[in-house]
Write a protein that binds this ligand. Structure first.
Ligand code: S3P
Length: 431
């Protein structure tokens, strides 16, 4: 689907918005709720394509899941109650669904086949299959990719050093560890988002995290107890409006009830470092920090990001590139080579698409060098999401900074994480 993009937003963004539920937490609520005993009630579930793929996959594994809008009830079947699926499980575009389920299914007493769309079928899966193999798992990939067959079997506890900083890989190992007799110890390369750990602890799993967050110990867990999960607004969705309000003069917005988990809030620090005007009003709800974020427009200064800062801002890096392309100097982003294996090669896509608008963005193997002082000059009016939700939404914001009609090719990709994105953007533009 092609979309005409709104351009030249003279008055900035105004008003208040509650963004849809957190994608990472919504996936986990379905998965952990399915393995639990009893009814898990999920409020503010993210009804995007990715999370609906997870929901459907668990229905196909025999779990009764009732959904009305963003209210979901998962009738948990217990640790050993999943049923062999009759057909291949469709992972669609979702790396999180795929990788977490590989760990979860590796310890079940049946075989499952996982398939996905073209983008997902190009993404690396050995990063999950290999460490799971150390626990005795048997996952047959197609040369390291989907389709994959998970031959579920009895697992053994192990001591595993992760080779990539990835919450998806870590979570797969945690799900496997829950099913392996003994204690599995997982050592992270850098601390990554810890929603699996937080939620599993709340459901009663035998799981501990070291004080430096680098080591997770998970014991075999026979029973998880159903809970009520209040999903906070997704920081990675709020991020789009935080960025647009910063660079559009005259803006003043408040995003309500946003998840502020420390492993996800890197953009807040980056905005402040770049000169942004951000106020956070924080509380704790069900073990996760949440709060309202007020953002007003500001002049932007360049930034230098390095590897240790990347995990807490990984999904927001295309937006940081956009901010940097309007800052008054040269910004650098290093240590972000993981961007090359997301839904697209996000380093190449950002360089190419912002380049069409004349932004001075140079790709590096592991990030970018961006000179925000170069004036933009549109040289191609047809932008492309490349089928990547976050690239599509970032380009929807970039268009607000130019004065020529622009078209976004494959705009429907935004439905992967934020189907109402353009509507919500218009609401804030029109307020
Ligand atoms: C996610 C982890 C991150 C992130 C993705 C969601 C998760 O991926 O980019 O959008 O929910 O665990 P990696 O673990 O591959 O870095």
């Amino acid at each position: 689907m092609d979309k005409q993009l709104q351009i030249n937003a003279q008055h900035g963004l105004h008003g208040q918005l509650s963004v849809p539920g957190d994608k990472s937490i919504s996936h986990r609520a379905i998965m952990i709720g399915s393995l639990a005993t009893g009814e898990t009630h999920v409020h503010h579930f993210l009804t995007s394509a990715d999370c609906l793929a997870t929901l459907q996959a668990f229905k196909n594994l025999g779990v009764q899941i009732d959904r009305q809008g963003d209210e979901v009830v998962v009738h948990g079947v217990g640790m050993h109650g999943l049923k062999r699926p009759e057909h291949a499980l469709q992972m669609a575009n979702s790396g999180t669904t795929t990788r977490l389920m590989m760990g979860l299914l590796a310890g079940q007493a049946f075989e499952s086949r996982l398939i996905g769309d073209d983008s997902l079928s190009k993404r690396p899966m050995r990063r999950v299959a290999d460490p799971l193999a150390e626990m005795g798992a048997s996952i047959e990939t197609t040369e390291g990719h989907l389709p994959a067959v998970v031959h579920g079997q009895t697992l053994k506890a192990a001591d595993i050093q992760l080779k990539v900083a990835s919450a998806q890989v870590k979570s797969a190992l945690i799900f496997a560890g829950l099913q392996a007799p003994g204690h599995t110890v997982i050592h992270e390369l850098l601390p990554t988002r810890d929603h699996s750990e937080n939620m599993l602890k709340a459901f009663g799993a035998d799981l501990t995290v070291s004080s430096d967050k680098m080591t997770i110990t998970v014991g075999q867990t026979d029973q998880l107890n159903a809970q009520t999960v209040q999903v906070p607004g997704d920081m990675s969705s709020a991020a789009f409006f935080m960025v647009a309000a910063t660079f559009l003069k005259g803006s003043d917005i408040t995003l309500t009830n946003v998840g502020l988990n420390p492993s996800r809030r890197g953009l807040l620090d980056v905005l402040v470092q770049m000169g942004g005007h951000v106020e956070v009003n924080e509380t704790v709800s069900a073990g996760e920090a949440v709060g309202d974020i007020r953002v007003q427009s500001a002049d932007l200064h360049p930034i230098a990001l390095t590897a240790e800062q990347i995990p807490a801002i990984i999904d927001e890096l295309p937006l940081v590139a956009l901010l940097a392309a309007k800052a008054d100097g040269i910004s650098t982003i290093h240590g972000a080579e993981e961007l090359r294996v997301k839904e697209t090669d996000r380093i190449a896509c950002v360089e190419r698409e912002l380049g069409k608008l004349g932004a001075n963005v140079k790709a590096l193997p592991d990030g970018f060098v961006i000179d925000g002082r170069t004036p933009w000059q549109v040289n191609d009016t047809v932008l492309d999401s490349h089928g990547d939700h976050r690239i599509g939404m970032m380009l929807g914001l970039a268009a607000l900074l130019v004065d020529q009609p622009l078209t976004l090719h494959r705009a429907d990709a935004v439905g992967v994480s934020y189907p109402e994105f353009f509507d919500d953007l218009n609401t804030l533009l029109e307020a």
